[in-house]
Ligand binder design. Structure first.
Ligand code: GLY
Ligand code: MN
Ligand code: MN
Length: 461
């Protein structure tokens, strides 16, 4: 964990922002997989980690804003727990490590909440995303479980987002530790990828690296020769000469900060001419979008810039036609680039999405579009120093989507379907990096991972 002062300061800022009442942060529990004592790996709640730093289940953080008091509710391990799970520090010592002075057994939490309610104190909590936590909050606060999410505190949501969204130096260092793991994962994959190998063999190796060096993967890995399926979690294919392998993966640093990187590599170590042409367009789109990133720039404009570079590149290849600015405005490019340019990254790979995507990526100045493609843009608002955002354009040939658009003659003035059909089994290419917005511009975080055609071919061979 970070030093206690960091957590004390984070809670101080939060108290100032929330102004009154009490805030509760439930720690996550160990989720059951197929029977109660066979569990999924434990992952702490990110907001609990941010304000209370303790990577253990069975705790409740409480901040009494009115009394300026930070409290940890939890129980010391009983001898039975020690026998099965080993000894652990006392709750009092653990609390001290994150600058919390007051500790109480969990059994006293309910009385505290009843007293707050009698006193008419507002109790703020974040919207839960696990049913167990919804149940716990429902029991504790006497709110119908179906109404738990709608009763979450908007004041708290907005306060937490405004704080967590700006990354401090020590958080950026953690993200870079995760990126260092990604560097090893990608350079390993580039060396491994060969015809005859299965996706699963590479998937296993990369997962192993993320576990050996950090806290495992930061989201289910996408590793497929069918990169045109945006979130392809199947790893059942055998690699063949001439195919492209798209790997979109991330690692968690020791303190659970995420990386999120995508590279697309040729299976036999050499891109074909056709692959090079498409790859170069995606790379140009990514670099053009990154170049625009600075405080005040709208990330939606970076997205639209990437879309325009993609449109112009595809026009040169004869896949798109007509006025590309107009085509992008109407959404015709989304046949090839149907997702958003990127998202915030931090303790969550899609940072704070559980608190409400639009609160994180949009504000009063910019509303989410409902146009196909643009509607998936998770982050659109003006950039600020300290934001860490992924930049991940792509070009995909999705046979079913092409077929559907072609049959309905959709955007036929902008898309040359006869030429597009020559790419029907091309697959997909995405390139993704994690970019910090600085006072003057931006910085691509982490040790550079081979990205140009020449760098990737060199790393593969
Ligand atoms: N989880 C895929 C991505 O956002 O890159
Ligand atoms: Mn990704
Ligand atoms: Mn991403």
């Amino acid at each position: 964990m970070f030093s206690p002062e960091i957590y004390i300061e984070r809670r101080k800022v939060l108290k100032k922002s929330v102004k009154s009442g009490a805030i509760i942060f439930p720690a996550n529990n160990i989720p059951a997989m197929n029977y109660p004592s066979n569990n999924y790996p434990f992952r702490q709640d990110s907001s609990f980690l941010y304000y209370f730093g303790i990577d253990e289940p069975g705790l409740m953080g409480l901040i009494d804003v009115d009394l300026d008091q930070d409290v940890l509710f939890g129980d010391n391990r009983e001898i039975d727990d020690v026998v099965w799970m080993g000894p652990a520090d006392t709750i009092q010592n653990t609390a001290k490590k994150v600058g919390v002075e007051f500790t109480f057994p969990l059994s006293e939490l309910e009385t505290r909440i009843i007293n707050y309610k009698h006193a008419g104190k507002e109790i703020h909590y974040l919207p839960p995303y696990r049913c167990e936590i919804s149940g716990q909050l429902s029991d504790l606060l006497k709110i119908d479980i179906k109404e738990i999410n709608e009763n979450a505190s908007l004041t708290l949501i907005k306060s937490v987002i405004s704080q967590r969204v700006i990354k401090s130096q020590e958080e950026i260092e953690e993200i870079e530790k995760a990126l260092d793991i990604s560097h090893e994962m990608y350079t390993t994959a580039m060396k491994m990828a060969k015809p005859g190998l299965t996706e699963r063999e590479i998937f296993g190796k990369l997962s192993g690296i993320s576990l050996a060096r950090g806290n495992g993967i930061s989201f289910p890995m996408i590793l497929s020769v069918h990169g045109e399926t945006l979130h392809n979690h199947h790893h059942d294919n055998t690699l063949e000469d001439g195919q492209l392998l798209l790997i979109d993966s991330g690692a968690e640093s020791p303190l659970h900060y995420a990386s999120d990187i995508t590279r697309t590599i040729p299976v036999k170590g050499k891109f074909t001419k056709k692959q090079k042409e498409i790859y170069k367009i995606v790379l140009d789109a990514q670099l053009a979008a990154i170049k625009m990133m600075k405080p005040g720039a709208m990330f939606k404009d970076c997205h639209l810039k990437a879309a325009e570079v993609i449109g112009l590149g595809l026009k040169k290849l004869g896949l798109m036609q007509g006025n590309i600015k107009e085509a992008v405005k109407k959404g015709a490019h989304a046949l090839f680039f149907p997702h958003g340019l990127g998202h915030h990254i931090g303790l969550d790979v899609h940072d704070m999405e559980g608190l409400g995507e639009d609160y994180v990526g949009y504000d009063s100045k910019i509303k989410r579009s409902n146009q196909f493609g643009l509607a998936y843009l998770r982050m659109a608002k003006a950039l600020q120093p300290g934001y860490v955002i992924t930049v991940e354009p792509g070009i995909y040939f999705i046979p079913q989507l092409i077929e559907e658009w072609k049959n309905s003659k959709k955007f036929k003035n902008y898309i040359n379907y006869d030429n597009v059909e020559k790419y029907i089994d091309f697959g997909g290419i995405r390139i993704e990096d994690d970019v910090l917005v600085t006072e003057k511009g931006h910085k691509v975080l982490g040790k550079p991972i081979p990205k140009t055609i020449a760098e990737i071919e060199k790393a593969c061979n």
